[in-house]
Every structure is written in structure tokens, then in C-alpha cells.
Design a protein around this ligand. Structure first.
Ligand code: FA5
Length: 338
């Protein structure tokens, strides 16, 4: 085979080979094999020196032609590979997006908002007070002087001798009355409470209460019943009923436990232990001493108060059987309510 024929064969072989190349690394290997100083074309060109001048001219032309053809093919292939790479890395707007993780309100917060919404609809203002309270407000001004045996009703966490983590939202009654007197008032006092509890299915050591307080002329226990019935029917359903049972709190007289009819509507089930009723709140008529401590004259005004657990409301509403789920921070539980 003459040298020009050999050069043409190298050119055709190289172009065939190039059609199988599809990565930049393979393209670089191809360039080294055919076009580098030690490549196949250079080796053929080095043999030009052995030819006669006549033969050298036609072989030289074949070599130049082959070189130009291979360089052109190299550039075209390089551009093709770049375009493919760009297309593969480009944004594909037809792909489904990645949904962002959306937070939600905690079950307690949702329940608190719902309770607040209902009472605001009945003209109650929201009045928030201290979570860390003095012994005086948490107990003394609520008719529970030091050594009063009823203090045993609240297993208290003391910060110091006369400062406590509030055990209930009732100290807010005194703060609200001192803020609003001598005007009539209608407030709810939502907030976090703490007790040194043996934690079980219905008791946490940290929980929320909503206190309700109305003070003015002519307020009776019937007012409390009417307000509580309206609340219950909006919170739990229009077919719910409310009943009062006699009870004892040092800061109300008379005092009651407030029950509502259970989800089973009186038929009796495991939740209500067959009674048909569920306890949701303590309450009563504000004790005259407490009214006086708040700056009101009990001969002129009267008032009702109640205090209920927020988690207990959530449990009744959603059929939750253990309060510990509420703060266990298990998203599988919490996400059911967002
Ligand atoms: C009181 O705390 C009174 N201050 C309520 C009150 C207010 C009576 C105004 C009269 C007038 P009691 O300890 O029963 O009462 O708590 C009231 C509600 O708070 C309970 O019915 C319950 O729903 C909730 N609660 C009490 N302790 C816990 C606890 N450890 N974990 C979760 N919820 C609790």
C-alpha cells in the first residue's frame, strides 16, 4: 500500500472510531491515538522523508487533507459532547417538585386558640398573667393562707420560699381584678401551669389551663352554667349538656365540678367509665374574700370563675386516651392534628 493510501486508511479508520466515542475521556484518548505527536498520523507523516520528491508531494497533500479532516471531526464531536452534557444538567421544569416541610400548630396551641375564639365570641377578653408567681398570689390571696390544708390539693414546685411555678391560672383572677376594678370584667386567663405530679394517663407535670372570670352586678351560678353550656356546645357539639356537681375550692363559694355529656351521649362507654359524663372544669362563685382581695365590694358585685385543662379538652375532642402523647413529640401522633 502506498503512503497516500496508508494515510487515507488512517483517516477512515479514525473517523469510524470517532463515531463510537461518547465521553470526553474517550475523545481525548482518540485525539492522542490519531493526532498527537506520537499518534498514527504523525508516524505516517514521518515516513514522507523516505519518498521521491514526486511521491512526497501527493503523500503530503493526503497528509494535510487527513489532518484537517480529523481536526474538524474532533471539534464537531467536542461540541456535540458539550451540548449533551449541558442538556443533561439543565433544569427540567417538568419534574415534580420537592414539597417543602410545612410546620403546623401544636395540638395544645390549636385547642387554646379554639377555646379563646369561643370565649371572645361571648365578650371575654384574654388576659395573660405570670407563669412564675409569688406564693401570695398563687395561694394567699385566693383564701389559702400558709398551712391551710387545702394547699395539699396542689403539689407545688417552689422556686424559693415565697416564689412558685404557678399550679393553676387562678392567681390571674387577682391580677385581673386589680387591673379592672371597679369596672365589671369578663376575662379568660390562658397559661402554662406546673405541678409536682406522679405523671399518668391524665396528669402531666406541665399543662395548660384556661381560667374564666366574670365580675359585676347580678352574676349568678346560672350565668356560669349558661356560659359553660354555650362553650361546650361550640367546642364539642350542639347536643352536649352540662351539669354541676358540688365540690370544694377555697376561692369559690359555692364550688362545683363541671361535667359535660360524653361522646357516647349518655349511653356509657370506656371514656366516661360508663357514667355518660366527663369532668372538664372546676368552678364556682368567687369567694367574697377573693373579691375583696381583688378590690371589689362583695356587697355590690358578685362573680363566677372556672378553671379547665386545655389538654383534657383536646383529649375529649379527639378521643385521645393518654395525655403523655401530647408532649412526647412524636410527629406521627402530632401530624394527625395539623
Ligand atoms: C384548679 O386548678 C382550680 N384552680 C380550678 C378552679 C378555677 C376552680 C376557678 C374554681 C374556680 P384543678 O386542680 O381541679 O382545679 O384543675 C383544674 C383542671 O386542670 C382539671 O380539671 C384538669 O382539666 C386540669 N389539670 C389539673 N391537673 C392537671 C395535670 N396534672 N395534668 C393535666 N391537666 C390537669
Amino acid at each position: 500500500m502506498s503512503l497516500p493510501e496508508q494515510i487515507l486508511a488512517i483517516q477512515n479508520g479514525a473517523l469510524d472510531h470517532l463515531s463510537t466515542v461518547d465521553t470526553t475521556q474517550e475523545l481525548e484518548d482518540w485525539r492522542v491515538q490519531y493526532l498527537s505527536r506520537k499518534g498514527e498520523l504523525a508516524a505516517a507523516i514521518s515516513r514522507l522523508a523516505d519518498l521521491t520528491p514526486e511521491e512526497r508531494r501527493s503523500a503530503g497533500q493526503a497528509a494535510n487533507h487527513a489532518k484537517a479532516a480529523l481536526h474538524d471531526a474532533l471539534s464537531a464531536k467536542s461540541a456535540d459532547l458539550k451540548a449533551v452534557a449541558q442538556r443533561d444538567s439543565a433544569l427540567d421544569v417538568t419534574l415534580p417538585g420537592i414539597a417543602p416541610v410545612v410546620g403546623g400548630l401544636h395540638l395544645t396551641r390549636q385547642t387554646l386558640y379554639e377555646i379563646t375564639r369561643i370565649f371572645m365570641g361571648m365578650g371575654f377578653k384574654v388576659f395573660e398573667t405570670n407563669e412564675v408567681e409569688s406564693d401570695e398570689y398563687n395561694f394567699g390571696l385566693l383564701n389559702l393562707p400558709p398551712d391551710h390544708p387545702a394547699r395539699d390539693m396542689w403539689d407545688t414546685m417552689y422556686v424559693s420560699d415565697d416564689v412558685v411555678l404557678r399550679t393553676h391560672t387562678s392567681p390571674g383572677q387577682i391580677r385581673a381584678m386589680r387591673h379592672f376594678n371597679p369596672e365589671p370584667l369578663r376575662v379568660i386567663l390562658p397559661g402554662k401551669c406546673h405541678r409536682y405530679e406522679a405523671v399518668d394517663a391524665s396528669h402531666e407535670s406541665m399543662f395548660y389551663q384556661v381560667e374564666g372570670l366574670a365580675v359585676g352586678e347580678g352574676i349568678t351560678l346560672a350565668s356560669l352554667k349558661g356560659v359553660f353550656e354555650a362553650f361546650t356546645q361550640q367546642m364539642f357539639g350542639a347536643d352536649r349538656r352540662v351539669r354541676f356537681r358540688g365540690s370544694y375550692f377555697p376561692f369559690t363559694e359555692p364550688s362545683v365540678e363541671i361535667d359535660i355529656t360524653c361522646n357516647c351521649l349518655g349511653a356509657g362507654c370506656a371514656v366516661c367509665k360508663g357514667t355518660g359524663w366527663l369532668e372538664v372544669s372546676g368552678g364556682g362563685m368567687v369567694h367574697p374574700t377573693v373579691l375583696r382581695n381583688g378590690g371589689y365590694d362583695p356587697d355590690i358585685v358578685s362573680g363566677f370563675a372556672f378553671g379547665m385543662g386545655v389538654e383534657r379538652n383536646a383529649m375529649l375532642r379527639h378521643g385521645i386516651d393518654d395525655i403523655r402523647h401530647v408532649y412526647a413529640n412524636d410527629l406521627r401522633f402530632l401530624k394527625q392534628f395539623t
